[in-house]
Ligand binder design. Structure first.
Ligand code: XMP
Length: 527
């Protein structure tokens, strides 16, 4: 498969560049800028994209373009720092701007027929700028602040843009990247769900041969699509197990079972372990401890199940590309650690399984597109993220069967009201990455919305009766990457309906509040 190598110079946006390229149906992989030559060239790229980055080219330890990149003779597109690094390497001049330029700007293309044709509004974020282009380059666009907002050497097919075509705030930026990878690098755009599935199937078959393969299905998108892919590849050699922890959302267990039974025609073994989980959680209120208990319990239950099934050799894991991609952005690495900590509910490393990871090179939206192409129901494929430890995370205080069912009922009401208005999206969260692979997003929909049950009781009045019951909080956010998030400006009427129904229909809740904190400083989940 033709591919593009994206070199990460420490940008916050490196993964977004990769997603944009994948949206153009071109396979690409991300590498830290200093990754070894063999590694980068192992994907046989047909061109390079250099990301932005926080440094200045003259700083000590500033990242640079490794020599072998130029020796390949392949096209290069430098974005922001990438453009400056290109300029610096080829003998041009980079200087600090009088003023840091951050935010929206306008550029004017200087000649027609280039990839800049479709661009006028752009997003800038840089301190340095190019003051002299290297030999062979011409200016392709200018902005108020910079005579070389974009430049190119048509002969060598080297290009640089000062702005960020990958972000949402640069309309048509994706087209620019598409033009580069398809028209300039000459990559055939054939990275689509069908080719992804085809390739995965042959890879899975080669890996597992005639061995049996076990999959733990959690109800989440990743584990379901991973299992579905493996089932498509090896049919009944797959044994899928769904552990019902008693900590799931309403109807979740049934939905997963029916997806496997009716849509995939695959057997799914459901283990009802809710008693075990709930008794282990008895009396525990400390959030980290709750997570730990659920994680450990999950492992024990799963181990017992694997044993009962004769200990298959292989285990499916729904690891996706953002979990494995190495990055040079310092914040990204930090983010990765937060996530590891989150990954309670994962399986222990010392389990005697060889892993099958069919989603290892896919972004979330690609996972969804593959899920749809495999025939999984939309309700499963497009569901919002749900934490591994389940409703424990959203049931503050002690997790009892009664409180979990209270929370589950309230949550189901909110979800129902949101979906009636078409505001329950995870499609929308991909507005940034509105993918030709998936279906276009709706505006304004929540990226994640749920109810949190608080261990706080307050006085209310219902039908002339004084009540003293718990409070529920509605949490609804919009976000592009779940690293930062804003609270959703949900219509007041909808909030009123949800609140009213929750208090009337759910026993034990007499007050509903709406969480209006962004992340940071808050997190999405309460815990
Ligand atoms: P926070 O609360 O940190 O959450 O803003 C960010 C995103 O991560 C999800 N989350 C989890 N996902 N296992 C997961 O797979 C977990 O333990 C976990 N905890 C939080 C959360 O729902 C949100 O989408």
């Amino acid at each position: 498969m033709d591919s593009i190598a994206i070199l990460d110079f420490g940008s916050q946006y490196a993964q977004i560049i990769a997603r944009r390229v994948r949206e153009a149906q071109v396979y690409c992989e991300l590498f830290p800028w200093d990754a070894p030559m063999e590694k980068i060239l192992s994907i046989a790229p047909k061109g390079f994209i250099l990301s932005g980055g926080p440094k200045s080219v003259y700083e000590e330890d500033a990242p640079y373009i490794q020599e072998f990149i130029f020796k390949t003779g392949l096209p290069i597109l430098g974005i922001c720092y990438g453009m400056q690094a290109l300029t610096h390497a080829l003998g041009g001049q980079v200087d600090p701007s009088a003023q840091r330029e951050f935010g929206p700007a306008e550029i004017t293309p200087l000649i027609s027929g280039t990839m800049l044709d479709v661009i006028s509004k752009v997003w800038m974020s840089h301190g340095d700028r190019i003051t002299k282009m290297p030999d062979g380059f011409i200016a392709l666009a200018q902005s108020n602040n910079s005579p070389f907002a974009a430049m190119g050497d048509m002969k060598r097919k080297y290009f640089g843009v000062q702005f960020h075509p990958e972000v949402n705030h640069t309309p048509n930026g994706g087209k620019l990247l598409q033009h580069f990878v398809v028209d300039i690098c000459g990559v055939k755009p054939n990275w689509n769900p069908e080719s992804i599935i085809e390739e995965s199937i042959s890879r899975i078959r080669k890996q597992v041969g005639s061995e049996r393969v076990l999959a733990a299905v959690s109800g989440g998108v990743d584990s379901s699509v991973a299992a579905a892919l493996v089932h498509k590849a090896i049919g009944d050699q797959l044994v899928a197990v769904f552990v019902d922890t008693g900590l799931l959302r309403k109807n979740e267990g049934e939905q997963v079972a029916s997806a496997f039974r009716d849509h995939l025609r695959s057997e799914l073994i459901t283990v009802d372990a809710s008693d075990e989980f709930l008794s282990a959680l008895k009396g525990v209120t400390e959030p980290e401890q709750k997570r730990k208990i659920v994680g450990e319990k999950f492992i024990r239950v799963f181990e017992a199940q694997a044993k009962q099934l004769g200990q298959p050799k292989f285990l499916v894991q729904g690891t996706i590309y953002p979990d494995v991609v190495e990055s040079s952005a310092p914040d990204r690495n930090k983010a990765e650690k937060i996530k590891t900590h989150h990954n309670v509910g994962g399986l222990p490393e010392d389990m005697q399984f060889e892993l099958v990871e069919p989603l290892r090179y896919l972004f979330k939206d690609e996972v969804r597109a593959v899920g749809e192409a495999l025939g999984l129901p939309e309700s499963l494929v497009w569901r919002q993220p749900f934490p591994g430890p389940g409703l424990t995370v959203r049931c503050l205080g002690e997790v009892t069967r009664e409180r979990v069912s209270r929370l589950r009922a309230a949550d189901a009401i909110l979800i129902e009201e949101l979906s009636k208005e078409g505001l329950l999206g995870s499609r929308s969260s991909s507005s940034l990455i509105a993918s030709p692979l998936g279906t276009a997003g709706r505006t304004m929909a929540t990226s994640q919305a749920f109810v949190v049950l608080l261990p706080v009781r307050s006085v209310g009045v219902m039908g002339d009766q004084r009540t003293y019951q718990e409070a529920a909080a509605i949490r609804a956010v919009t976000t592009e990457d779940f690293m930062t998030a804003d609270w959703a400006r949900l219509p007041h009427d909808l909030l009123a309906r949800a609140s009213n129904r929750i208090v009337n229909e759910v026993d034990g809740i007499n007050r509903v509040v709406y969480d209006i904190t962004s992340k940071p400083p808050a997190t999405i989940e309460w815990e």
